[in-house]
Design a binder for this molecule. Sequence first.
Ligand SMILES: *Cc1c(COP(=O)(O)O)cnc(C)c1O
Length: 360
Amino acid sequence: MGRVYNFSAGPAVLPEEVLKEAAEEMLDYQGTGMSVMEMSHRSKAFDGIIKDAEKDIRELMNIPDNYKVLFLQGGASQQFSAVPMNLMKNKKAAYIVTGQWAKKAYQEAQRYGEAVAVASSADKTFSYIPDCSDLDIPEDADYVYICENNTIYGTKYKTLPNTKGHTLVADVSSCFLSEPIDVTRYGVIYGGVQKNIGPAGVVIAIIREDLISDDVLEGTPTMLKWKTQADADSLYNTPPCYGIYICGKVFKWIKKMGGLEAMKALNEKKAKILYDYLDESKLFKGTVVPKDRSLMNVPFVTGDDELDKKFVAEAKAAGFENLKGHRTVGGMRASIYNAMPIEGVEKLVEFMKKFEAENA
Ligand SMILES: *Cc1c(COP(=O)(O)O)cnc(C)c1O
């Protein structure tokens, strides 16, 4: 069997070119006679890998010099704790709750201080992004927290919230490198790479330098203090070496594809194919308010659980994998990250049209 079209929300599809290159270098990375999995993280070869990776992501995202780029472990979920531990000087923070990941971060922050939910879209099953132009943000809040692209519900902020001068912290796990962003608008940008960049096990955090200090909550583990990793250039302890190596290859692939402007254009084109069909279909319906639709995660339903199941099963048999919606929302979800080729989306829509005709 060849490769399928993999619509998994994460860990997710990676560029085939990158996988082939990694396969070629598996036994002997550039004449070292060993795999990247086998080499010291203090070796010259790995030093080149991590420095190159940092240089390339800085170039892609146009990251200013006063931001650190950290390669961490522990998943995006560990940053749910690290964020309050490093930033809650006043023990207060504002959270915008737009889905499960934002909610988990909000709940975790409550363990460390006063986390205030200043907006939420829970009233309509997180199918939209609340108006964040004039929120009631406590004056002494240390930061405002968002999950920028909601992987499970398929919503995305099209404009960032008005933080009223407060530091913005964003979990960008599922929209990392999907389009250009203005890094200077954020204090902290972080994400697990297994959605749109690389293999599970790496978290990339881009943090403004003034937010990195020894002034963290009492009891903060050494490993969760950002300064520990910032001072050591992400090499305080053994980093997820192989994962960082693959991320580096994906950065180079994106550069070759034309960078984030080109990625955005391609992602918009792919998403439009699917959303246009969902808008005209009599069988399938998108679940998100059109203005807040994600380019990355596209949830949809037929409105009939049995038919949803039938669709997922028949799609799988036809080579379209992982279309089942998140266990908490049901229905279907197509994640169409950077590495999903446009043919994958076109063929999926063809298949959906056929299914619609057969099940009218
Ligand atoms: C997947 C995901 C997470 C959780 O990531 P882990 O690496 O499994 O901890 C957090 N936030 C968002 C937006 C996600 O998509």
